[in-house]
Design a protein around this ligand. Sequence first.
Ligand SMILES: *Cc1c(COP(=O)(O)O)cnc(C)c1O
Length: 422
Amino acid sequence: MKPASASFVTGLRCLVCNASYENGNLHTCPACGIQGVLDVQYDYDLVASVLTPASLITRAFNHWRYRELLPISPEALLSHLHIGWTPVYDVPRLAAAVGIHKLSLKDDGRNPTSSFKDRASSVGVLKAQEFGFTTIACASTGNAASSLAGLSAAVGLKSVIFVPQRAPEPKVTQLLIFGATVVRVMGTYENAFDLCREACGKFGWYDRNSGTNPFLVEGKKTAGLEIAEQFGVTIPDWVVVSVGDGCTIGGIGKGLQEMRRLGFIDRVPRLLGVQAEGARPLLDAFVSGNDLAPSATDTIADSIAVGTPRNWRRAIHQIRTSRGEMIAVSDDEILEAMRLTARLGGVFGEPAGVAGVAGLKKAIAQGMVKSGESAVVVITGNGLKDVQSAKLAAGQALEVEPDFHVLERRLSELSIIKIPQT
Ligand SMILES: *Cc1c(COP(=O)(O)O)cnc(C)c1O
């Protein structure tokens, strides 16, 4: 029997050589090798006949509401966890602080394992099951790993996860609790990635690495689909996304294009891709127009500390198609954005999670984004993921003896209270 998902998916197309392949268990283009990232193709006329605004009214508010635009079979047993349809908040005080007319935050830290990656992992585990695998593996700076561990646990798959040496302890703990086999590779993310690929090939595990797996980016796309549906006619001028491998921004861009094609929005917002100054190979390729040159990585934003982005072509293609821009921010700017986003927006993001806010502020200061425009920043991960970095931004607690007069004096020294003069 033909897989039922083939009813909407027409095939896979290589982003390098344009060759088309049948829908199946492929990772990269057989002709182009690892550079040949594949893109899932759909019969959009068929999708449009089913996925209408009227049909969406009756559907559950999670990312499966767009299932005709996802490469999953209708028989797939969806995980019971709530993924996607994350809230969008209007944050006028944060808007004033970054200098823009209208600003919204889309809080993807609200997903089951507290990051954007759940959108991709939820599709990854279903593809593993569809293709008959019992074990799924990935290499990750942290969030893809904890997400894969959580989603595998939810659907009953085994998971093996390769983490780089510098993965923060809370993230490692999060995947251990879900029962994953954790391999800490004494090296960089690139070392972990290569080891994982080799192990998948040799041991017959399903490879969840989103840089090369064409189906995962479709899960990431759902944030773009949601932004289009949640904003509709008030779609902002800019969608701001932090960039590591480039799958998130590439996916969101594709989702927005699809929603325009289906008539949910009448224009696609411009994408602003934000990298850390200490890990900006994708930005350099975007500016130079050359192929990607791998770089060293040095930033507190570990989730976007990627020296060899795998999906740079897709990312740059989507950013250019949207007439978008890229910018890099320093660790200090990221820490400042962490405070501002929490204190003026009420949302606590990890460094990579708030890098978009830092990038937007800088882009406005440089005139790249105009202060009269509107933007939504996708907060891609929750701040409790990386308490070590948050502590750098947060400051210290006030220590006092259990004595009211000491408390009063200390608070008054800090101008938190005023003691009336007698
Ligand atoms: C993975 C990740 C990103 C970047 O996504 P890419 O697909 O690697 O570009 C941004 N923020 C957080 C919190 C992430 O976990």
